[in-house]
Design a protein around this ligand. Sequence first.
Ligand code: ADP
Ligand code: MG
Length: 392
Amino acid sequence: MSKELIRLQNVCMAFDDELVLDHLNLYFNDKEFLTLLGPSGCGKTTTLRIIGGFATPTSGDVLFDGVRINDVPPYQRQINTVFQKYALFPRLDVFENVAFGLRMQKRPDPNNPKKMVKIPEKEIEQRVMEMLEVVSLKGFERRKPEALSGGQQQRVAIARALVNRPKVLLLDEPLAALDLKLRKDMQIELKRIQQQVGITFIYVTHDQEEALTMSDTVVVMDQGTIQQIGTPEDIYNEPKNAFVADFIGESNIIDGIMVKDKVVKMYGKEFPCLDGGFAENEPVDVVIRPEDIDIVPVEQGQLIGTVTSVTFKGMQYDIIVDFRGFKWLIQTTDHCPEGSRIGIKIDPDGFHIMKKSQYSGMFGDYSSFSEEYDELDDASLTLDEEESGDAE
Ligand SMILES: Nc1ncnc2c1ncn2[C@@H]1O[C@H](COP(=O)(O)OP(=O)(O)O)[C@@H](O)[C@H]1O
Ligand SMILES: [Mg+2]
């Protein structure tokens, strides 16, 4: 887990005059599941293409096992890719789709190294069957792709990439076309496959939940730069700036002043927290997660606000509370009717203090939350309708 396999060193990529990757420095360990996470257009696919050898960086180096591979073509790298559009051969059955790459290959004859020979049929059969077992598709060898579900087709694509025994598998939003339930199953399945074959997976997604579920390491990107690298827990609990805090999960992000170690001031009031290491009276961004806020009677509240919207979510209510014009999201099992005045209490470990950044003031106010909610609901409805093939 700790051996370094790939390193990107000061990698920049420009298209025309636009810098889409800005001095990336990043390493990937052997047998690691690493996810590049960020909004559309932040440079994830470009990064993956550079690692795979489908694009050459404008400047900077790509190292594999310490050797510079900038100019090594894709097929000579020990790296394979599963694309989002996984394009199986429609006329070939599952077995032949997976075997295809092996049938094309030639390698030195063990008895006469100067002679190039095909991989023997027996070995092909054994390797294909082994991979179909790994992706849980044994028994499907003779099916054509059209007779497979989306998730099964995706697994054929993964088997096809793995059968070449690469050291690294690159996956670019491979689950994006699947519906939610299948996507969740495949997330678990992919993680299991990665552990079973014991190679490095470099995964690209814009879905933060997916990234947190599967990864050993998450790299959060925005506008061609790395915002944070860490374990899913690090990224969630200790976001480095307002961009990361907003992108990963839900966050109220409030202007504050770090009065001194362990005391932060918001809304003119001092709150005990656990953070330190800031200058005296340094302006900061304060992150408070919606699940870390307790609702208390008004007279016991550290802050008092007005509930402006309530959404029932099954396990809890999402309520929006107005504190002097800044709207917070609070997740609670208590029912608080719209319009009611409530007090809130936050334990010291419920605060996470961040340095001011270029992202300060851009995120963390839930004023437009209800509208976003409606849009999200609409979007998931249309998706469901499109994807449930048996709907009338
Ligand atoms: N071949 C290309 N020519 C010009 N611009 C490109 C090319 N490929 C990507 N870009 C631009 O680079 C930026 C990053 O793209 P991409 O890496 O695909 O982002 P992501 O995968 O994170 O959505 C985008 O602004 C995109 O328009
Ligand atoms: Mg992309």
